[in-house]
Design a protein around this ligand. Structure first.
Ligand SMILES: C[S@@+](CC[C@H](N)C(=O)[O-])C[C@H]1O[C@@H](n2cnc3c(N)ncnc32)[C@H](O)[C@@H]1O
Length: 158
């Protein structure tokens, strides 16, 4: 049964719509001492942009051919084949990730939203990064129309 442990994570989640916004976050959020993981790196274009802002970055993707292509396009960077949902494999990377970039095909729309939120919470709980940036128009739209309830001063309950 769920309990208060699910609210303990202190990771900030940033939702971006489209690849332009996704990459735009890098200069605003990434520091030189960050250790960054990108899941769903494709051919490594965003991983390479991340590498311009920090010394430690790892690009991962479920597609073996994507990783081969990423390695040949960016031979100085580290890329691995990895299923983002294989949490044991993510933990086995054994790196102190401070930022995680998530760009998974099929999870950016409303139909994938619950799976995406579950995955983001798992990454926050397991890796405790400072920030997780996710490319998801649906999550951005949802977040823009959400607000955390806080009782206004003087309002009586009940
Ligand atoms: C839009 S592309 C990534 C583009 C890349 N992030 C960039 O900015 O250039 C989405 C990627 O998600 C990968 N993907 C889909 N499901 C995945 C999973 N379960 N684990 C890891 N990667 C996955 C696909 O193989 C694909 O390369």
């Amino acid at each position: 049964m769920a309990n208060d442990n699910q609210f303990r994570a202190r990771t900030e989640f940033v939702a971006a719509r489209g690849v332009r916004e996704y990459r735009e976050t890098i200069s605003a959020l990434i520091r030189a001492d960050d250790v960054v993981l990108e899941v769903g790196c494709g051919w490594g274009t965003t991983t390479a942009e991340l590498a311009r802002h920090t010394r430690q970055v790892l690009g991962t993707d479920i597609g073996r051919e994507c990783i081969q292509r990423a390695r040949s396009m960016h031979p100085t960077l580290d890329f691995r084949v990895l299923d983002a949902f294989d949490l044991r494999a993510v933990l086995a990377l054994a790196k102190p990730f401070t930022a995680v970039y998530v760009d998974l095909s099929g999870l950016s729309g409303y139909r994938g939203l619950l799976d995406l939120i579950a995955l983001l919470n798992a990454y926050a709980a397991l890796l405790c990064p400072r920030v997780i940036v996710v490319k998801s128009g649906a999550l951005k739209h949802f977040a823009q129309h959400c607000r955390a309830w806080a009782q206004t001063h003087g309002a009586a309950a009940g």
